[in-house]
Structure formats: structure tokens, C-alpha cells
Design a protein around this ligand. Sequence first.
Ligand code: CMP
Length: 136
Amino acid sequence: MLTLAIIKPDALAAGRAGKILSRLEEAGFTLRAARLVRLGTADAEAFYEVHRARPFFRPLVSFMTSGPCLPMALEREDAVRALREVIGATDPKEAAPGTVRALYAESKERNAIHASDSEENAKREVAFFFPDSAPV
Ligand code: CMP
């Protein structure tokens, strides 16, 4: 099963991408596709469409377009649940010790990594960034 992770602009700018990918590989994930991208406003708005009405939507779009990010399709058994467990809670203050956000996130807004929250969204999000080819 595949899921989508995005190493966000804060973590990429801080030079944490390698450590984060290493942590995900240690947790049993295999990298199936990856692409360094600088999202435009329309891309970020489309990706986070479900959050459009939330108060954090504009700051989220602004942050996600502030620099390059690294979307990745990751494979593992029970991938969606397992990835959410290894990245930890949205707010690093609430994230369990050893999780990616506990280790590398600066704040709830600048929280280092995104992960799909359901199998349905994982399919949509993998296709959003990797539409032309099935991940290898
Ligand atoms: P992510 O997993 O990318 O999905 C939505 C993002 O919105 C979330 O991580 C956070 O980076 C950001 N966000 C900012 N404020 C909040 C909030 N109050 N609740 C949830 N997500 C938030």
C-alpha cells in the first residue's frame, strides 16, 4: 500500500530531509517516487482544498509556497496508519518522543512533514504529485 509524505519547506531549508527519510526507511517504508517541487499558490490551495474554510488555510498556503518541498510516495504494509504514527501529532508539543515532528518540527504551523490521513486521500495525494506514471 502507498501513502504520500511531504517534507515541508521548513525541514528542507534546515537540512533535515536526509534524516527524515532515513527515519522513515528505518520504520519500514520504501521510497517509490520523489520530486523536489516549489508549489505555486494554486497548487497549494488545490492540495489543501479540504482545509479551505479553516482559519489556518492562508498561512498554510503561504508557508507551503515559501520554498521547495519534497513529496514522496512511500510503500509499506498498513502505510497510512504507520506513517501517521511515525510522524506524530500535528503539534510537535503533543507529538510522542522519537516521532519525526517531535524531533524536527518547529511549531504546529511549521511542522516538518505532511502525511495522508486516509487511504482515500493517500490515492488522491499520490496522484496529485505523481500523475503521469505509477510509482515504481
Ligand atoms: P498537514 O498534515 O500538512 O495538514 C494540514 C496542515 O495545516 C497541518 O499539517 C499543519 O501544518 C497546518 N495547521 C496549522 N494550524 C493548524 C491547526 N490549528 N490544526 C491543524 N492543522 C494546522
